[in-house]
Design a protein around this ligand. Structure first.
Ligand code: NAD
Ligand code: ZN
Length: 252
């Protein structure tokens, strides 16, 4: 076995607090397309309406043209409908024991970490299935969007509904960010970055802080990212098989 597997497996075996920072690549093996990278949903980042996905899925476009944004929210919902956790989600959940706490800070909006059984999940970008009213406190958790009209309205106040996700141009949910920061203050024994292009400061910063404090950092991503040169261990592999091997090694 590759010696990095043995070393990282050993780190996991002794770790009491583990952080996984995850992105769309972790759900790729559940057949949910990523936005960027080899399994990307949008070739060259462009939607079929000729607008980059970052522009379509933005707060600004939602105000100007909610129908267009909802068109792509329906596409996103179809891409996660019926999908189940894969080996990567399950491996992270399997690491939880009475002796070891495992925290997952995810950019994914598909709820698959929770469905795999992960207890401490920070949904940095929210949850696509949680639908909220833009005016009142109405909310509902929907398994599918099948019952929704093209631009759904609130049954209580008739304002437009939207999923409780972070659109481009919006701030992260403060309560989630605060809870994540609290755990960061307590420190981790090992930090993983898995299946993310690491483009945003809030997923780069915990990696940099860990690296500067001498906490081992591990990246799992077939493609190089802005953090690849900083990490102590890099597996240029798919998340599922890699995490399963690491968890098996940690258990031995
Ligand atoms: P991304 O789509 O930008 O990039 C995906 C990354 O995963 C790439 O670096 C790619 O090389 C890597 N990857 C692909 N397959 C992999 C695998 N099997 N194992 C390991 N790595 C793999 O993802 P991002 O950086 O997370 O950010 C994009 C945004 O897209 C996020 O904000 C997220 O909210 C949203 N998004 C979410 C989902 C989801 O919830 N499943 C899906 C698509 C996009
Ligand atoms: Zn309302």
């Amino acid at each position: 076995m590759n010696s990095d597997f043995v070393k990282v497996g050993g780190l996991l075996k002794n770790a009491k607090r583990v952080l996984f920072i995850t992105g769309a690549g972790v759900s790729a093996e559940s057949q949910i397309p990523t936005f960027r990278g080899a399994t990307a949903a949008f070739a060259d980042g462009m939607t079929e309406d000729g607008v980059p996905f970052e522009e379509v899925l933005s707060a600004e476009t939602f105000i100007k043209n909610p129908k267009l944004v909802w068109k792509y929210l329906f596409i996103l919902e179809l891409s996660i409908r019926g999908k189940v956790p894969n080996a990567a989600h399950l491996a992270m959940a399997a690491l939880q024991t009475s002796q070891r706490s495992v925290y997952v800070a995810t950019q994914n909006i598909d709820e698959l970490h929770q469905r795999a059984g992960s207890q401490y999940v920070f949904e940095l970008h929210g949850n696509l299935r949680r639908i909220i009213c833009m005016e009142c406190n109405y909310w509902v958790h929907l398994e599918t969007f099948e019952s929704l009209t093209k631009v759904p309205c609130c049954p209580k106040c008739e304002a437009i509904l939207r999923p409780d996700i972070v659109l481009y141009g919006e701030n992260l949910p403060l309560n989630v960010l605060g809870a994540f920061k609290n755990e960061q203050k307590k420190g981790f024994d090992v930090v993983f970055s898995v299946g993310t292009t690491s483009l945003f400061s809030y997923v780069i910063e915990p990696v940099m802080t860990a690296a500067q404090s001498g906490i081992p950092v591990v990246e799992i991503n077939p493609e190089p990212t802005p953090i690849s040169d900083v990490v102590d261990f890099r597996f240029a592999e798919l998340a599922g098989e890699t995490l399963c091997s690491l968890v098996r090694t940690a258990a031995n």
